[in-house]
Ligand binder design. Structure first.
Ligand SMILES: [Ca+2]
Length: 450
């Protein structure tokens, strides 16, 4: 069969061109000949070589490889041709047994900025049947390799054997990893969802119930108690949802199957941290106690194993860092995490502001810092609550949906919370929930004083 696009033609020197047919299982090394893209085959070859490590497992192309190829394609070719290649590449992947509906838009956007082409690719990708899965023997070999590396890194053999007992690659986790909802909410709607009225009132109640402990920890680490409650509320709904997945199994699955090579390396590293937690008796006494989200975030403050090892605190001094059930350990771990990442005691966090709806997008964003006075001199900015803005500290202006959506001035502490979860929207939601909880506490106290 032949693919063509105006001015471009596929060509194979080794007769493998026919395998580009979407019915084949392996996307072969292929070359393209075109007057406009002579550099392309080399880029593609490089992309493939750099991920040989991953292809060793299945011998087939994985998402990470495909993504790199698509980037190369996108750099070199026109969108229509890239669109055809996306469909071919995804055919190979989809037949591997992966359902990657949520990745389709990513491929589509890499391939083309034109909505009509993206929509067309999306439809085509979803028509490709899912048939095959990676052979069991390959998974076993990969798991053995992982265990061996853990032992070489210094984890006790008994710990490794116990932790891996019954651990399998979980299709459910693979599915979850590949079907994350697309971020389509506006910042305002996202904040409304995260800072619901019930979450605010539960937060105020949680503050009241744990006031003495929260204030003790807040005094020790310099992080406001309302912020600790806010993060606790957003991470696990005040401890009511922490996830009951076996963390080793979750991490192993993601290290094996996550779409991007960078994420696979991240989760592989987290597997070793989780094993060290068990081996060095830093947390739960056995692997069954290491519970978390499907993505490996553990306990009521949702720490990844590496964060647990570096920042979790045994505040109640019972010999274990228990972020699953000890409130003292949970609050102190959150506070310590923020303190260690540079929380400025008494520093400002954020201020909701009004900005001109025609403000140029190039003049704001997290990478632009100016002091408040300069912002006021150069731009028309007013505080939404009517307060007077001024100050010499460097601040940034963020407006996630553009100048006509919500806008905030953000201080250094805003960035510190982004170290907890690298998302502007997350840090804004944490701020707004903390503000609401503080307001709720103030209202309660003034009522009590009446
Ligand atoms: Ca403890």
């Amino acid at each position: 069969m032949a693919f063509s696009s105006p001015g471009l033609r596929f060509h194979s020197r080794d007769g493998m061109f026919a395998k580009l047919d979407p019915s084949c299982r392996i996307l072969p090394p292929f070359s393209l000949v075109s007057s406009r893209c002579r550099a392309f085959p080399r880029k593609l070859a490089l992309a493939r070589c750099s991920s040989q490590q991953q292809s060793r497992v299945s011998g087939l192309w994985n998402l990470g490889q495909i993504e790199r190829c698509l980037e190369a394609i996108h750099c070199a070719l026109d969108p229509k041709l890239a669109a055809v290649l996306v469909v071919v590449a995804c055919s190979s992947f989809r037949r591997e047994g992966h359902s990657y509906t949520s990745q389709a838009p990513v491929f589509c956007s890499i391939a083309s900025e034109q909505p009509a082409i993206r929509a067309q690719i999306h439809v085509k990708i979803n028509q490709i049947p899912v048939e095959m899965s990676t052979p069991e023997s390959d998974i076993s070999a990969w798991l053995e390799d992982l265990k061996e590396e853990a032992i070489q890194r210094g984890v006790g053999k008994d710990t490794v054997l116990e932790a891996f007992d019954g651990v399998k690659i979980s299709p459910k986790i693979m599915e979850k990893d590949q079907t994350q909802p697309e971020k389509t909410l506006t910042a305002e709607d996202y904040i409304k969802t995260m800072v619901s009225q019930s979450r605010v009132s539960r937060g105020v109640q949680a503050f009241v119930d744990n006031k003495a402990l929260l204030e003790e920890i807040s005094a020790e680490y310099g992080v406001p108690a309302s912020l600790l409650v806010s993060i606790w509320g957003i991470e696990s709904n005040y401890g009511s949802y922490t996830g009951s997945w076996n963390v080793i199994q979750a991490l192993v699955t993601l290290a094996f199957d996550s779409p991007e090579a960078r994420r696979r390396a991240f989760f592989r590293d987290e597997v070793f941290h989780a094993l060290f937690i068990l081996d060095k008796a830093e947390g739960p006494s056995n692997a069954a106690g290491l519970k978390g989200s499907w993505a490996g975030a553990m306990g009521q403050c949702q720490f990844m194993p590496s964060s647990f090892r570096n920042y979790a605190v045994d505040f109640d001094r019972d010999g274990r860092k228990d972020i699953w059930s000890s409130k003292a350990d949970i609050f102190a771990s959150i506070a310590n995490y923020l303190a260690e990442h540079g929380w400025e005691i008494g520093g400002k966090y954020a201020q909701k502001v009004k900005i001109p709806s025609d403000m140029d997008k190039s003049v704001y964003g997290l990478d632009i810092k100016k002091n408040v006075n300069r912002w006021l001199e150069e731009n028309t900015i007013t505080a939404c609550d009517g307060s007077q803005l001024s100050g010499d500290e460097p601040v940034s202006l963020v407006a996630p949906d553009g100048p006509s959506g919500v806008a905030y001035l953000v201080w250094e502490n805003f960035r510190v919370v982004m170290r907890y979860n690298i998302s502007i929207l997350y840090s804004l939601a944490v701020y707004e929930l903390a503000e609401e909880i503080t307001a709720g506490m103030t209202a309660l106290e003034s009522k009590a004083n009446e």
